[in-house]
Design a protein around this ligand. Structure first.
Ligand SMILES: [Zn+2]
Length: 304
C-alpha cells in the first residue's frame, strides 16, 4: 500500500496545480505563470532553473503540465497531452515536465523520447506518483505533505511530548485543538495578547492576558469578553502557524526573554504562565522531526 493517497487532492479546481508549484518551488525552481491563457491547458506553468557551466550560466525553462488522474488510477496518455511542441513554443520553454499523480503511459513516454531524440525538445522529465512520494517522505517536504494529505497528517503526527501528557492548544472559546490543526490546511489559530491601559504616569507596558482562538468569530467573542467594559485591549495578533517554524519559534522565545528583562515591559503572573504554556505546547510541534513512520506513541523530549 502506498504511503500517500494522491486522490486526497481534489480533481476539481486548481489544488493539484498549487501542489505542483509548491513542490517544485521547494525543489529549487523559480515558478512563472504563463503570460497567455491556453484554454485547453489552463494548468500549464513554467518552472525555471539556472544551469551553470564554465562559460555559461543561463535559465532553463521547463513547461510543467499538471495531470491529476489519481481518482481513476489511469496513466496519462498521449490524448491527455496534446500539442506539446506548440505549448513549449508558446511558453518559450526548453523542456517538458509531466507532473502526474499516476504514471505515464508507454506511448506518451515514447513520444516524448522521440521529440528529444529529434532535438525538438531539449529534455523531458516525468514526475509521477512514485517520484513524488519518494520526496514527500523526506523531512524537508513534510510540511507540504501535511498540508496536501490530511489523512497522512492524521497518522503521522510526530509530536514530541514535553511533559507526560500531550499539551493541546485549545481555542479558548470553542475548545477546538488548534495545535492538531497545524497538521492540516485549516491552521486558523491566532494568539492574542491583551494589555492593560496605561495609567497617566505609568511607563511599563503590562501584558495582562493571552488567549488562543480560531480566527474570526471565536476571536471576536473573546475580545468582547475580555475587553468590553474593562481597561484591557488587544495589542497583538499572531497566527499560530507563523510561530510553528523552528526559526520563528526561536525568535518568539528570544524576544520574550529580552522583553521580560526590561523595565518597559512586564507580564502579570497569570499571563506569563499562559505564555509559557503556549511555548511548551507549541514546542511539541516545532521540535518534532517527522520520520515518515507512524508512531505508536509520541516521543518524549526533556524540557528544562
Ligand atoms: Zn474556536
Amino acid at each position: 500500500m502506498n504511503l500517500f493517497d494522491f486522490s486526497e487532492i481534489p480533481v476539481e479546481g486548481e489544488r493539484w496545480v498549487r501542489f505542483a508549484k509548491e513542490f517544485l518551488q521547494h525543489f529549487g525552481f523559480h515558478i512563472e505563470t504563463l503570460p497567455y491563457r491556453d484554454t485547453e491547458n489552463v494548468f500549464d506553468f513554467c518552472a525555471v532553473e539556472q544551469v551553470s557551466g564554465k562559460f555559461n550560466y543561463h535559465p532553463f525553462r521547463w513547461l510543467v503540465s499538471c495531470r491529476h488522474k489519481a481518482i481513476t488510477r489511469t496513466a496519462v496518455k498521449e490524448g491527455d497531452e496534446t500539442n506539446i511542441l506548440e505549448r513549449l513554443l508558446h511558453s518559450k520553454a526548453d523542456g517538458f515536465i509531466g507532473f502526474y499523480s499516476t504514471t505515464v503511459s508507454p506511448p506518451l513516454e515514447s513520444h516524448l523520447t522521440e521529440l528529444k531524440n529529434k532535438l525538438l525538445i531539449k529534455d523531458y522529465r516525468i514526475l509521477d506518483a512514485k517520484f513524488l512520494e519518494t520526496y514527500l517522505e523526506t523531512p524537508g517536504f513534510a510540511r507540504i505533505a501535511f498540508r496536501y494529505f490530511p489523512n497522512y497528517a492524521q497518522t503521522h503526527q510526530a509530536l514530541h511530548l514535553i511533559e507526560d501528557d500531550y499539551l493541546p492548544i485549545l481555542c479558548e472559546h470553542c475548545r477546538k485543538d488548534l495545535l492538531k490543526l497545524l497538521f492540516t490546511e485549516d491552521h486558523e489559530g491566532v494568539v492574542v495578547r491583551l494589555r492593560r491601559q496605561k495609567e497617566v504616569h505609568e511607563e511599563t507596558t503590562v501584558i495582562t492576558n493571552i488567549y488562543v482562538a480560531c480566527k474570526g468569530d471565536c476571536d471576536a467573542e473573546l475580545q468582547t469578553k475580555y475587553c468590553n467594559g474593562t481597561n484591557q485591549h488587544a495589542v497583538s495578533w499572531t497566527h499560530l502557524s507563523d510561530l510553528a517554524s523552528s526559526s520563528t519559534f526561536l525568535d518568539w522565545t528570544l524576544s520574550l526573554l529580552q522583553k521580560i528583562g526590561t523595565d518597559e515591559f512586564t507580564y502579570t503572573t497569570s499571563a506569563l504562565e499562559k505564555e509559557l504554556y503556549l511555548l511548551k505546547a507549541l514546542s511539541q510541534y516545532t521540535l518534532r522531526e517527522p520520520t515518515g513512520k507512524k508512531l505508536t506513541s509520541p516521543q518524549k523530549t526533556t524540557f528544562s
